[in-house]
Design a protein around this ligand. Structure first.
Ligand code: NAI
Length: 330
């Protein structure tokens, strides 16, 4: 089975190599097609996403991707957004769950954010009106709202989850978020077995910090999903632990939620767990559920029973020392 592998930049290659090392210990029938994207690809080929990357993902339908840098306020549009749009990967699914052995203020977090991934402010349509004014378009459509909301309910049903919460700001954005909310209220009628409620995004942030256990599946437009899911990573021990997938019904790109962490790149101390958990989601998706469970158990075992951990989790180990411990247990 061929998998497209994008190692990214910053801490990307450091963590991608270690995740592949872990997967290799399980004798999975994977062959990797490895490509560069982003600035590295631009420097070599003059494009941010080479055509062969698109072709490879189109053919393999499965991609494991490490983070890629996007310059702030200048330069090219995000490669991440570009890939999501190229394949119309409308669902960005980000599960946040406590890991045994990682001490946080909470021990009861087990929620999944469903973030709409193709529209909202991320369409990047900004216009300079005059010296004093810039406008950005927030686009919400019925089609995109329906498919992300429906996929959240379907996921809840398939995974024995009991509740879906719609997050919005329809009190202010009455038409755009209003549309998202009204689609939610229509679609929930098709899932009477699942509890459904809605919350305004600012209240959601407060509730997440006060009582995260009240949340199960959460569905929301693009920007709120981006922000709220970073918040949920803070509930479980930080960005080094939060995995994700960008998918539609055909193609899936698995990646950590975090970015290329330029502040620690090249130091050998990046936490590879978020990308490793993303690889576990990939294994689940490909029906290697036992292997995914083995990896998750090995991670918990290391974090519960040893002091070996990267600095973001309060330790002093290197990426490689941590991965060595995981591999010992596999
Ligand atoms: P970031 O997620 O790279 O880093 C935020 C903070 O978390 C930093 O202090 C960093 O050291 C820490 N951190 C992140 N991942 C970590 C890990 N695995 N282990 C230990 N510490 C970790 O966010 P930032 O700094 O806002 O973005 C850096 C670049 O990454 C930007 O160019 C941004 O556009 C890009 N980015 C790319 C993403 C992707 O490729 N999917 C997603 C988010 C940002």
């Amino acid at each position: 089975m061929k998998i497209t592998l994008l190692k990214g930049d910053g801490i990307g290659p450091e963590i991608a190599d270690q995740v592949v090392r872990i997967l290799d210990t399980l004798n999975l029938p994977f062959e990797y097609e490895t490509y560069e994207i982003g600035q590295n690809a631009y420097d070599k080929y003059g494009v941010l996403i080479p055509d062969e990357v698109i072709e490879s993902i189109k053919k393999n339908k499965i991609c494991l991707k490490a983070p890629v840098t996007t310059p702030v306020g200048k330069g090219f549009r995000s490669v991440n957004v570009g890939l999501r749009l190229a394949f119309d990967l409308y669902a960005n699914i980000r599960p946040a769950k406590n890991t045994d052995g990682v001490k946080t203020r909470y021990d009861n977090v087990d929620l999944v954010v469903f973030r709409e991934n193709t529209e909202d402010l991320y369409i990047g349509e900004e216009e300079v009106i005059d010296d004093n004014t810039v406008e950005a378009i927030k686009r919400i459509t019925k089609t995109a709202s329906d498919r992300i909301i429906r996929s959240a309910f379907e996921y809840a049903r398939a995974n024995n989850r009991h509740k879906v919460t719609c997050v919005h700001k329809a009190n202010i954005l009455k038409k755009s978020d209003g549309l998202f909310l009204s689609e939610f209220n229509k679609i929930k009628e098709d899932y009477p077995d699942i509890e459904a409620n809605d919350l305004i995004v600012d209240n959601t942030c407060m509730q997440l910090v006060m009582k995260p256990e009240q949340f199960d599946i959460m569905v929301m437009p693009n920007l709120y999903g981006d922000i709220v899911s970073d918040l949920t990573s803070g509930l479980i021990g930080g960005l080094g632990l939060l995995p994700s997938v960008n998918k539609n019904d055909d193609v899936a790109i698995f990646e950590a939620v975090h970015g290329s962490a330029p502040d620690i790149a090249g130091k050998g101390i990046a936490n590879p767990t978020a990308l490793l958990y993303s690889a576990c989601m990939m294994l689940d998706h490909l029906n290697y559920k036992d292997e995914a469970a083995k990896i998750r158990n090995a991670v918990s075992d290391v974090l519960k029973n040893t002091d070996v951990r990267t600095p973001d989790l309060g330790g002093s180990s290197s990426t490689i020392e941590y991965v060595d411990e995981i591999i010992k247990r596999l």
